[in-house]
Design a protein around this ligand. Structure first.
Ligand SMILES: NC(=O)c1ccc[n+]([C@@H]2O[C@H](COP(=O)([O-])OP(=O)(O)OC[C@H]3O[C@@H](n4cnc5c(N)ncnc54)[C@H](OP(=O)(O)O)[C@@H]3O)[C@@H](O)[C@H]2O)c1
Length: 345
C-alpha cells in the first residue's frame, strides 16, 4: 500500500519494455514518476501505457508521467531507475546534471545487460557532480524476465510473466541496500542481493545468458531454429565455450542467478565436448526458448554490449576471441542492413 512515506522512484525510460514493467510493478507500493521521451509524451497522453502480465488482461500504467526535459529535483527522487539501453553515460549525465543541487542525491539503479553500465555511469556522474559523485550509490540489476512489446486489440502492450526475478548489488557508493530491498519486497519482486565484491560475477553470469541466441539471430533465424541447424548450434556452443575461457582468464567466476543454476550450466558447457552437446542441440534450444517464454528478443542493437564485451575482455586478458568477433561482424552487418531497410521504406 502507498502512503506519504512511500519511496519516491523516478523510472527513466518508462515507455520502454523494462521501464514500463518496473514502473508498473513498483507503483504498487512506491510513489513512481515515469520519465519518457519528449516526442512520445503526447501520444502516450492519448493512448496510455499498457502492460500485459502473463495470464491477465492488459492493464494501464497509472502513474504521473513527464517528458525528459521536465525532469527536475521537485519530485525529490530517492531512486533513479535508469532503464534505457546501453550506452548509459549521456543519460546519466543529463539527469544528474538537472538534480545536482539536491541535498541528498538519489541512488542510481542500472538494469542494462552487459558489463559496462556501472563504469560508464560513474564516469558520467564524476563529470557532472565532481566530488559529489561519491555520494551517489550506484546499483546494478540483472533482470531475468524477458520483456517484450506486443499488439493486443490495437493496443501496444509490454508483456512479461510473474514473478519478476532479479539479482542486484552495489557497484559503487554506500553498501547498505535496505531501501532497495524494501522497495523490491513491497512490490513482490523476487530480488536476490549479491555482495558488492561479486557484482562483476553477477554481470558476467547474466551475460552468459544474453550471449545465447545471438549467433542464431546473426544468421537471421530464431534461437529455436538456430539450435535445430547443426552449423549454427555449433557456433552457439563454441561462443559460450570461448566466453567461459575468457571469464576464467580475467579471474571472474559464474554465480547462480535466481532460478538458474548458472554455475553448473557453465561447468557443463566448459567440460562437455562439442560433439556430445550437439547431440542434444534441439532439446537445449527448445528449453532455452521455452524459458524465455518463446519471446525472441533479437537484441542485435546491443550486440556491442554482448559479444562486444567478450572481445574487450579477451583483449584485456590476452585471449583471442575469433568466434565472438565473427558473430559480432555478422550481427553488425545484419543490423546495418536492417537499419538501411527501415530508412528506405
Ligand atoms: N527487454 C528485456 O527483456 C530485457 C531484459 C533484461 C534486461 N534488459 C536490458 O534493459 C535495457 C533496456 O532494454 P529495453 O528492452 O527496456 O529497451 P527499450 O524497450 O528500448 O526501452 C528503453 C526506453 O528508454 C527510452 N529512452 C532512451 N533514452 C532516454 C532518455 N534519455 N530519457 C527518457 N527515455 C529514454 C527509449 O526511447 P527511444 O526508443 O526513443 O530511445 C525507450 O522508450 C537494455 O540494456 C537491455 O539489455 C532488457
Amino acid at each position: 500500500m502507498k502512503d506519504n512515506n512511500s519511496i519516491r522512484v523516478a523510472v527513466v525510460g518508462a515507455a520502454g519494455r523494462t521501464g514500463r514493467m518496473f514502473a508498473f510493478e513498483l507503483a504498487k507500493s512506491a510513489n513512481v514518476l515515469g520519465v519518457v521521451r519528449k516526442e512520445e509524451i503526447e501520444t502516450i497522453g492519448k493512448q496510455g501505457l499498457w502492460v500485459r502480465r502473463e495470464g491477465e488482461e492488459p492493464k494501464q500504467l497509472r502513474i504521473k508521467l513527464i517528458s525528459e526535459d521536465r525532469f527536475s529535483y521537485s519530485f525529490l527522487p530517492q531512486v533513479v531507475f535508469l532503464t534505457t539501453k546501453n550506452p548509459v553515460g549521456s543519460a546519466v549525465g543529463y539527469y544528474y546534471q538537472k538534480i545536482k543541487n539536491m541535498e541528498k542525491l538519489p541512488c542510481l539503479v542500472l538494469s542494462q545487460n552487459g558489463l559496462s553500465a556501472g563504469k560508464e555511469a560513474k564516469e558520467a556522474l564524476e563529470r557532472v557532480l565532481g566530488e559529489r559523485a561519491k555520494e551517489v550509490q550506484v546499483v546494478r540489476v540483472s533482470l531475468l524476465n524477458p520483456v517484450e512489446k506486443e499488439e493486443i486489440g490495437g493496443r501496444q502492450c509490454v508483456a512479461y510473466f510473474l514473478p519478476v526475478r532479479l539479482s542486484f548489488g552495489v557497484f559503487s557508493g554506500k553498501k547498505d541496500v535496505g531501501l532497495l530491498s524494501s522497495l523490491f519486497k513491497k512490490a513482490g519482486i523476487k530480488a536476490k542481493e549479491v555482495e558488492p565484491a561479486r557484482v562483476p560475477d553477477m554481470e558476467v553470469s547474466k551475460l552468459f545468458l544474453n550471449l545465447i541466441g545471438i549467433p542464431s539471430v546473426s544468421w537471421g533465424v530464431s534461437l529455436k531454429k538456430g539450435f535445430e541447424e547443426k552449423r549454427i548450434a555449433e557456433e552457439e556452443f563454441l561462443c559460450l565455450k570461448e566466453y567461459i575461457r575468457v571469464v576464467k582468464a580475467v579471474g571472474r567466476d559464474f554465480i547462480n542467478l535466481p532460478g538458474i543454476p548458472l554455475k553448473l550450466l557453465a561447468f557443463l558447457l566448459d567440460k562437455l565436448p562439442l560433439s556430445f552437446l550437439l547431440l542434444f542441440r534441439k532439446k537445449i534450444g527448445s528449453i532455452v526458448s521455452q524459458a524465455r517464454g518463446e519471446k525472441e528478443k533479437g537484441n542485435l542493437d546491443e550486440v556491442d554490449y554482448y559479444q562486444g564485451e567478450v572481445v574487450r575482455l579477451g583483449k584485456r586478458a590476452g585471449i583471442p576471441t575469433p568466434i565472438q568477433e565473427r558473430i559480432l561482424k555478422r550481427a553488425r552487418q545484419r543490423l546495418n542492413h536492417f537499419r538501411v531497410g527501415c530508412r528506405s521504406g
